[in-house]
Design a protein around this ligand. Structure first.
Ligand SMILES: [Ca+2]
Ligand SMILES: [Ca+2]
Length: 638
C-alpha cells in the first residue's frame, strides 16, 4: 500500500512538471511595460496582455521552464534589483542577446540577484550586464544554490565579500563566457568562494578587480572552483592579487592566464596558504609582489603545476617566480620559469625552510641578488631532475643556484651560462650547505671566483659523474669547506676518485652562432670519443652517463601536447592522469609552454642540444594567447 501511494505521488509530480515545461515567454520592458499586465505579449494589445515593467514582476509571473525576456535598456530601482528566482528553473535573458545593451544597475544600493532557494543549473542569467552593486556579499550571491550565468558582465560592484559573484554554503554555479571587472571587496574583488563552494568558470575574464585579499578570486574554507580557459588579469590586492587560496582550498586551473596582477605583499599571481591548487597549461606572467612570490607564493602549501609558464614576474625581496616557504612543497613538472626577478633571493625560485620538486623544468634568464635561478635558504631541500638552469644572473652570489644551510639535490641537470658578480657562477654553497649534484653538466658559467662551484663556511657539496668545464675564472673555489668530487671531468683537475682533466669534447658548445653567450643553440652533448665517455666506464654501474647527455644516444624526440577542454569532472581527472603519466615517462619528454605576447625574454628553442624548432599553438578558444615561441627541454635518458 505504501508503495502504491508513492507511485501515485510520483505520477502526479511528473504530470505537474510536464505541465510546467510547456514553455512560455514572459516579456519585460522597462520603458513600455506595466506590472499589471500579464507579461505574455511583447507589446501591449490594449487589454491586459503586455510586457511587465520590472524584472521581478516577470520572474514572479513565470513557471519553471519559462523564459523571462528583457527588452534592452537600463533597469534600476525596486523590482529591478535584489532579484529572487524563488527556486524556479527559468532563463532570464536580454531580448537582444547583447549584454552591454541590457543593464541591471544597482546604483550601489543592493545587489542584482540572490539565489538562496536551492536553484540549480536550470536557473539561468544570460546576456546581461550587472553593475554597481553595493552590498555585503556578491552582485550575484549564490547561497547554497548553483545557477548558470552565460555571457554576463558583472562590473563596478562594491561588497565586503565577493563583489562580483559570491558563492557560499556549497554553492557551485556555472559561469560561461562571463566578464567580471572592476569590482571591489574586502575579500574577493571579483569572485568569492566560501564554505565548500565549487563554481565552474569557463572562458571567463576576471580583470581589474580590487580586494584587500584576493583581488581576482578568493577560494576559502575548502572551496575548490574549476577554471578553464579563463583570464585573471590586472587585479589588485594586498595578498593574492590574482588568486588567494586559503584553508584547504584546491582550485583547478586549466589553460588559464594569470597576468599583470599587482600590489600584493606576497603572491601577486597566486597565493597558496594551506591549500594545494592544480594548474595545467597555465601562464603566470607579469605579476608584481612587493615582498615575495611575484608569480606564486606558497605558505604551508603544495600546489602542482604542469606545463606552466611562469614569466616576467617580480617578487620584491624573494622569489620572483615562485616563493616556497613555511614547509611548503610545490611540484612543478615541465614548467618554464623565465625572466623573473627579485631584489633579494631567488629570481626564479626561492625555497626557505621548504622544498620543491622540479622535473624537466627550465629556469632561465632570471635575476636576483642571491640565487639568480634558485635560492635555497635555511633547511630548504628542493629536488631538481632533468632541469636546465641557464642564463640566470646574481648581483651578488650564486648566479644559477645559491645554497645556504640547505641540501638541494640536482640530478641530470644542465647548469650553463649563469653569472654572479661575486661568488659562485653556477652554484654558491654557504653555511654548511650540502648540495648533491649527480650527472650534471656545469659549463660556461662565470663569477668573480668559483665559476662553477664556490664553497664557504664549511659547505660540502657532493658531485658525482659531473662535467665542470669552461667556467671562469676557475671551476671550483674553496674559501672554506670540503667539496667531494668523484668520477667527474673538471677543467684544471680536481682531487677525487675517477676524476679527469680532459676536454669533454662538447658537440658545439657555442652553437651554430659561435656565441657561447647565446645559450639557446649551444650543444653540450658529448662527441663520440669524448674522454668523459671513456671515463664513464669506471663509474658505479648504477650511473650510466657523465653529464646530462651524450651524443648519439638521444631517443626519438617525443612531443606531446596536453590540449584539453574538459566539460566534466571525469575529463578533468583523465587529463590529470595523462599529464602525470607523461611526467614520469623515461623517454624524451619535451616541455612546451606558451609565452604571453609581448614577452621581452622570448626564447626559442632552449635545450641542451638542438631540437627541431617546434612552434606549437595551444588550443584556447578564448583567444590566441599561445605560442609564437615554444621552449623545449628534452630530459635525457642516455
Ligand atoms: Ca659553433
Ligand atoms: Ca650560442
Amino acid at each position: 500500500m505504501r508503495y502504491a501511494i508513492q507511485l501515485v505521488i510520483l505520477v502526479f509530480v511528473g504530470w505537474h512538471s510536464a505541465a510546467g515545461l510547456a514553455q512560455q515567454t514572459i516579456y519585460v520592458d522597462g520603458s513600455a511595460g506595466d506590472d499589471t499586465w500579464n507579461g505574455l505579449c511583447e507589446e501591449w494589445d490594449g487589454g491586459t496582455c503586455g510586457p511587465k515593467a520590472t524584472i521581478q514582476a516577470g520572474i514572479d509571473a513565470s513557471q519553471p521552464g519559462d523564459e523571462v525576456v528583457i527588452a534592452d535598456g537600463r533597469y534600476v530601482g525596486v523590482g529591478n534589483k535584489d532579484l529572487d528566482f524563488g527556486g524556479r528553473a527559468i532563463v532570464v535573458r536580454s531580448a537582444g542577446g547583447v549584454a552591454t545593451r541590457c543593464v541591471i544597475d544597482c546604483e550601489h544600493a543592493g545587489r542584482a540577484c540572490h539565489f538562496h532557494s536551492g536553484e540549480d543549473g536550470g536557473a539561468v542569467l544570460r546576456d546581461l550586464t550587472i553593475r554597481s552593486a553595493g552590498t555585503d556579499a556578491g552582485s550575484v550571491y549564490c547561497q547554497g544554490a548553483s545557477p548558470t550565468l552565460i555571457n554576463c558582465t558583472i562590473m563596478d560592484g562594491l561588497a565586503t565579500d565577493g563583489a562580483g559573484i559570491y558563492c557560499d554554503e556549497h554553492a557551485s554555479p556555472t559561469l560561461m563566457g562571463c566578464t567580471i571587472a572592476g569590482n571591489t571587496a574586502g575579500r574577493g574583488g571579483g569572485v568569492g568562494c566560501a564554505q565548500n563552494s565549487n563554481p565552474t568558470l569557463t572562458k571567463c575574464i576576471i580583470r581589474d578587480n580590487v580586494g584587500s585579499y584576493g583581488g581576482g578570486v578568493v577560494c576559502a574554507q575548502g572551496s575548490s572552483p574549476t577554471l578553464t580557459n579563463c583570464i585573471i588579469r590586472d587585479n589588485v590586492a594586498a595578498y593574492g592579487a590574482g588568486l588567494w587560496c586559503i584553508e584547504n582550498s584546491c582550485p583547478t586551473l586549466m589553460n588559464c592566464t594569470i597576468s599583470g596582477n599587482r600590489y600584493s605583499d606576497f603572491g601577486a599571481g597566486l597565493e597558496c596558504d594551506s591549500s594545494d591548487p592544480l594548474l595545467i597549461n597555465c601562464v603566470i606572467s607579469d605579476n608584481r609582489a612587493d615582498y615575495g612570490g611575484g608569480g606564486v607564493n606558497c605558505r604551508n602549501a603544495s600546489p602542482t603545476l604542469i606545463n606552466c609558464t611562469i614569466a616576467n614576474n617580480v617578487g620584491g625581496w624573494n622569489g620572483g617566480g615562485v616563493c616556497s616557504r613555511y614547509g611548503s612543497s610545490p611540484t612543478l613538472t615541465r614548467c618554464t620559469i623565465i625572466g623573473n626577478t627579485s631584489h633579494g633571493c631567488g629570481g626564479g625560485v626561492f625555497c626557505d625552510d621548504a622544498s620543491a620538486t622540479l622535473t624537466s623544468c627550465l629556469i632561465g634568464d632570471n635575476g636576483a641578488a642571491y640565487g639568480g635561478g634558485l635560492d635555497c635558504l635555511s633547511n630548504a631541500n628542493p629536488r631538481l631532475t632533468n632541469c636546465v638552469v641557464t642564463g640566470n644572473t646574481a648581483a651578488q652570489r650564486g648566479g644559477g643556484v645559491r645554497c645556504c644551510e640547505s641540501t638541494p639535490t640536482l640530478t641530470n641537470c644542465m647548469i650553463s651560462g649563469n653569472t654572479a658578480a661575486e661568488q659562485g657562477g653556477a652554484v654558491c654553497c654557504e653555511l654548511t650547505a650540502h648540495p648533491v649534484l649527480t650527472n650534471c653538466t656545469i659549463v660556461g658559467n662565470s663569477a668573480l671566483s668559483g665559476g662553477a662551484i664556490f664553497c664557504s663556511y664549511d659547505a660540502s657539496p657532493t658531485l658525482v659523474n659531473c662535467i665542470l668545464w669552461s667556467d671562469t675564472p676557475e671551476e671550483i673555489h674553496v674559501s672554506s669547506g670540503s667539496p667531494v668530487v668523484t668520477y667527474s671531468a673538471v677543467q684544471g683537475g680536481w682531487a677525487g676518485v675517477g676524476n679527469i682533466d680532459a676536454d669533454p669534447l662538447f658537440v658545439d658548445p657555442d652553437g651554430p652562432d659561435d656565441d657561447p653567450a647565446t645559450w639557446q643553440d649551444n650543444d653540450y652533448r658529448l662527441s663520440p670519443g669524448s674522454p668523459a665517455t671513456r671515463i664513464s666506464r669506471q663509474r658505479p654501474a648504477t650511473l650510466i652517463s657523465m653529464g646530462t647527455c651524450e651524443s648519439g644516444t638521444a631517443t626519438t624526440t617525443v612531443t606531446r601536447a596536453l590540449i584539453w577542454e574538459p566539460t566534466n569532472s571525469a575529463q578533468v581527472a583523465s587529463a590529470i592522469s595523462i599529464a602525470t603519466a607523461w611526467s614520469t615517462a623515461s623517454t624524451s619528454i619535451l616541455s612546451c609552454s606558451r609565452l604571453p605576447a609581448p614577452a621581452t625574454t622570448r626564447r626559442s628553442p632552449a635545450t641542451c642540444w638542438p631540437t627541431p624548432a617546434a612552434t606549437r599553438c595551444w588550443q584556447t578558444s578564448m583567444r590566441t594567447v599561445c605560442s609564437t615561441a615554444s621552449i623545449l627541454i628534452r630530459s635525457c635518458n642516455c
